[in-house]
Design a protein around this ligand. Structure first.
Ligand code: SF4
Ligand code: SF4
Length: 291
C-alpha cells in the first residue's frame, strides 16, 4: 500500500501530517512499514522521527565526457542531443558538454562514430537510511546546486519496493518531482490551508490529480472558524475532508521543537489513527485494526 502526503505549496504542514501519520503505525506488530522523505531539496522528517542513522549511499547519473584525442569535431553528438546539452562551435573546433542540461539519455554516446565519448558518473545527492523502533525512515537529499531531483526520488522509491506499506512525504507543488513521487500511489493526502492562496494552490493540485485519476482527500491545516472558502470548493469537487488541524499556538510550539503531536496528546493519537483507518478503508474497503 502506498500513500503520498502532498501539498500545492510549501509550508502547509505536509511533513507534520506525514510523520504523525507514520508514527501511529510504529507500535504495530508488522515491521514492514517505511516513511520515504521525497522532499529531497529540504528533507526534514528525520528531525521529528529521530531515528538512528544507519548509512548513506550516493545517487549518481552518467554524464558524457568527450575524449579530445579521439574527437574529430563532426558534430553528430550535438546534433542528436534534444536538450542542447552539447555546445559545438565547428569553426573553432570547440565541443563541450553542459552537465546541468544533460538528461543522461545516452544518445550522444550512441551517435558518436569515433567512440570518443565516455560516460562518467556525476553525484546528484545521497540516500540516507534511519532505523526507528520497529520501522525505517528513508530520505533522499539533493546536493546543493544540483538541479535534478527526479533521479534522486526515483532511486529512493526503488528502496521502498519491498515494504508492505509506504508513506511518501512528497515535495511541494505540482512539478516533475511531485509527479515522480505520486504517479504510482494508491491514495494522496493533500494538506492545504484555508486561505485564498492555499485554496488556489489546492486547485492546481486537485486538477493534476484528476488527470492522473488518483484517489485523494484533504487535510485542512491551520484551520480557523472561517473555512468557507475551502469547504465550498471541496464540496464542488466532491472531495472528503479527512481531518482539520486547528491554528493553535501549542501545536506551533510542538512543531518548532520537533515534537510529534501524537506523542504529546492522546486526542491527536486517536485523530491520526482514525485518519489512517479512513485512508485504509478508502484503499482496501476494510478497516484497519490498531494493536
Ligand atoms: S546524454 Fe543525452 S542529454 Fe546528455 S549530452 Fe548526451 S544526448 Fe544530450
Ligand atoms: S560525435 Fe564524437 S567525434 Fe563527433 S563531435 Fe561528438 S564526440 Fe566528437
Amino acid at each position: 500500500m502506498k500513500i503520498a502526503v502532498a501539498s500545492g505549496k510549501g509550508g502547509t504542514g505536509k511533513t507534520t501530517v506525514a510523520v504523525n501519520l507514520f508514527s501511529v503505525l510504529q507500535n504495530q506488530e508488522k515491521a514492514s512499514y517505511v516513511l520515504a522523505d521525497c522532499d529531497v531539496e529540504e528533507p526534514n522528517a528525520h528531525v521529528f522521527l529521530k531515528g538512528e542513522h544507519q548509512g548513506s549511499e550516493n545517487v549518481t547519473t552518467p554524464i558524457p565526457s568527450i575524449d579530445k584525442d579521439k574527437c574529430v569535431y563532426c558534430g553528430k553528438c550535438a546534433e542528436i542531443c534534444a536538450f542542447n546539452a552539447i555546445m559545438f562551435v565547428k569553426p573553432i573546433s570547440h565541443i563541450q558538454v553542459l552537465p546541468d542540461l544533460c538528461k543522461s539519455c545516452g544518445a550522444c554516446t550512441w551517435a558518436c562514430p569515433y567512440d570518443a565519448i565516455n560516460e562518467i558518473p556525476k553525484k546528484l545527492g545521497v540516500l540516507n537510511q534511519y532505523k526507528l523502533d520497529k520501522n525505517n525512515l528513508l530520505e533522499g537529499m539533493l546536493d546543493i546546486g544540483s538541479p535534478f531531483s527526479v533521479p534522486v526520488i526515483k532511486e529512493l522509491k526503488k528502496k521502498t519496493e519491498d515494504y508492505e506499506l509506504v508513506i511518501y512525504d512528497s515535495p511541494p507543488g505540482t512539478s516533475c518531482p511531485v509527479m515522480e513521487t505520486i504517479h504510482d500511489v494508491d491514495f494522496v493526502v493533500i494538506v492545504a490551508e484555508p486561505t485564498p492562496f492555499g485554496v488556489a494552490d489546492l486547485k492546481l493540485m486537485i486538477e493534476t490529480l484528476k488527470q492522473m485519476n488518483k484517489q485523494a482527500g484533504v487535510i485542512i491545516n491551520r484551520s480557523t472558524s472561517d473555512n468557507n472558502l475551502i469547504y465550498d470548493y471541496l464540496e464542488q469537487e466532491n472531495l472528503p475532508v479527512l481531518m482539520e488541524i486547528p491554528f493553535e499556538r501549542q501545536l506551533a510550539e510542538q512543531y518548532s521543537n520537533g515534537l510529534l503531536f501524537v506523542e504529546q496528546s492522546d486526542i491527536y493519537r486517536e485523530k491520526f489513527e482514525n485518519l489512517f483507518d479512513s485512508i485504509h478503508q478508502k484503499i482496501t474497503g476494510k478497516p484497519f485494526y490498531f494493536r
